[in-house]
Write a protein that binds this ligand. Structure first.
Ligand code: SAH
Ligand code: SF4
Ligand code: F3S
Length: 477
């Protein structure tokens, strides 16, 4: 611990966006804590307030700008409080953030997160805002741009993880797909796969710390490819085989997959390795070729259908989930119906549905008109949700009477709200290997355990069950 004469700095952090951001926040907090910061969840007590931001849709940005607006007053009353904007919106909006919110002290893109502590100190010492962002995609050679999105995966600190037995592991950074609607390749930089030995070492360290489930992260995680100096290439399937050997790791997940890269070697690895989660998130975005072409998704509906058939054949017990964008530029009612038909054919376990939100700096924003009215986007969103929900319910009902293995995550939201969760029997929640949420009554000490649960009821989003005990007539464990 550093020598401290003053009281510890209290840190408050809010995170929006995808799992990459959740991991980045964990790592930033971990490194700040090692410098003497302590976490608080009360913003009024904090003397450092950080926002880890997302730019994927307008709504995500609006949320942060209004939060920044709200704390302007706080900064007037307590000028010693440091305010930081980290992550994707910092990279996208840069100086614009300081113009719109001059009370912000640091603006730090996702490729510069190792500088958070240094820049907070510098802003304070120089009484001037500090900014650290990476190069734009066209701001230099590929190597220069890549280097400016520096890897940020410092030592993992167990106390910082949301749960002691689950952890994210970044296996690649950035994205090179450049789907026309998407801001991610600009704000997260070029695709870079981390060396397998580094990933394996991190996973081993996590397992030694008691982690039982890891989720590998990448924008297109199944595009993972690492070329060794001797010319050999490690693919995701090879990496999974290595991770599967690590003692203590009981479940390995990976998100998000790109349809074109769902190769047979990967599907066979999932089939052959029991500890790989039976869960594949492979966003389709649309079920209409015309839209896919405009989105530059690089596949056709026929390719997606073929991929689904290969998944069903090789890993029939896998649950597949998808993302869809409704109301993309030029989406007609007919194109929309093709997306609905794809959902019906594919029987996704779940679909995340988004209304198209134009992003400045993307190809779609430059080339196409955002010509689907907001009410139509809303209606399509609702229509799609109800089709997907009906499938969710039907598929969940198939589980009635079956016994599933559940990794117990902790008290359910409603149990936590009621103030339970202080020992004794309470309502618990966990997930199956195919990522289905299961709710059941049990002892809190079951948290972090893999246990059999018999499903007795099902809604579209949840399975409700009973813990299987050795003597099934005995009361609940
Ligand atoms: N890398 C992942 C997704 C990253 S963004 C992938 O390729 O699948 C998460 C989801 O947000 C996307 O799958 C897409 O459905 C949605 N999304 C991205 N940009 C969007 C935009 N401009 N408007 C609405 N939704 C968007
Ligand atoms: Fe965005 Fe497409 Fe890359 Fe996903 S694959 S992050 S949607 S550009
Ligand atoms: Fe958002 Fe950045 Fe993730 S834009 S979705 S936080 S990669």
């Amino acid at each position: 611990m550093p020598d401290r004469t003053d009281s510890p700095k209290k840190l408050y952090i809010e995170t929006v966006g995808c799992q990459m951001n959740v991991l980045d926040s964990e790592l930033v907090v971990g490194s700040l804590r090692s410098e003497g910061y302590v976490l608080t969840d009360d913003i009024s007590q904090a003397d450092t307030i950080l926002y880890n931001t997302c730019s994927v849709r307008q709504h995500a940005e609006d949320k942060i700008y209004s939060a920044l607006g709200r704390i302007r007053k706080l900064k007037e009353v307590k000028p010693h409080v440091s305010i930081g904007v980290l992550g994707c919106m910092a990279q996208k909006d840069q100086n614009q953030i300081l113009r719109r919110a001059p009370h912000v002290d640091v603006v730090i893109g996702p490729g510069q997160l190792m500088r958070v502590s240094e820049l907070l100190a510098k802003a304070k010492a120089e009484k001037a805002p500090q900014m650290a962002v990476s190069l734009p995609r066209s701001g230099g050679s590929r190597d220069e741009v890549t280097a400016s999105f520096a890897e940020y995966d410092p030592m993992r600190e167990p106390a910082m993880r949301p749960s002691s037995f689950q952890a994210f592991v970044r296996i690649m950074m950035g994205c090179d797909k450049f789907c026309t609607y998407c801001i991610v390749p600009s704000v997260r930089g070029p695709e870079q796969s981390r060396p397998p030995e580094v990933i394996l070492a991190e996973a081993r360290q996590l397992a030694d710390q008691g982690v039982k489930e890891i989720t590998l992260l990448g924008q297109t995680v199944n595009s993972y490819k690492y070329r060794q100096p001797d010319g050999r290439t490690t693919r995701l399937s090879d990496l999974l085989m290595g991770l599967h050997e690590i003692e203590g790791l009981r479940r390995i997940k990976f998100i998000t997959n790109f349809p074109n890269d769902m190769t047979d070697d990967l599907l066979q690895a999932i089939r052959d390795l029991p500890r790989i989660s039976r869960y594949l998130h492979v966003p389709a975005q649309s079920g209409c070729d015309e839209m896919l072409k405009r989105m530059k998704r690089l596949y056709t509906v026929a390719l997606y259908d073929d991929m689904m058939a290969r998944i069903r054949e090789t890993v029939p017990d896998a649950a597949v989930t998808s993302d869809f964008i409704v109301g993309f530029c030029g989406e007609t009612e007919e194109s929309f119906q093709r997306s609905i038909a794809l959902i019906e054919r594919s029987r996704f376990k779940n679909s995340f549905i988004f209304k198209y939100s134009p992003r400045q700096g993307t190809k779609a924003d430059l080339l196409y008109n955002d010509d689907v009215p907001e009410e139509v986007k809303k209606r399509r969103n609702n229509d799609m949700l109800s089709v997907q929900n009906a499938i969710c319910l039907e598929d969940n009902r198939e589980f009635l009477g079956k016994t599933v293995e559940v990794l117990v995550e902790g008290p359910s939201k409603s149990a936590a709200r009621k103030g339970n969760g202080s020992g004794e029997v309470t309502q618990l929640t966990g997930r199956t290997t195919c990522d289905r949420i299961v709710v059941f009554d049990g002892h809190e000490r079951l948290q972090g355990e893999f246990i059999p649960v018999t499903v007795e009821d099902a809604s579209a989003v949840t399975l409700f069950g009973r813990v299987v005990t050795v003597d099934s007539t005995a009361p609940l464990a």
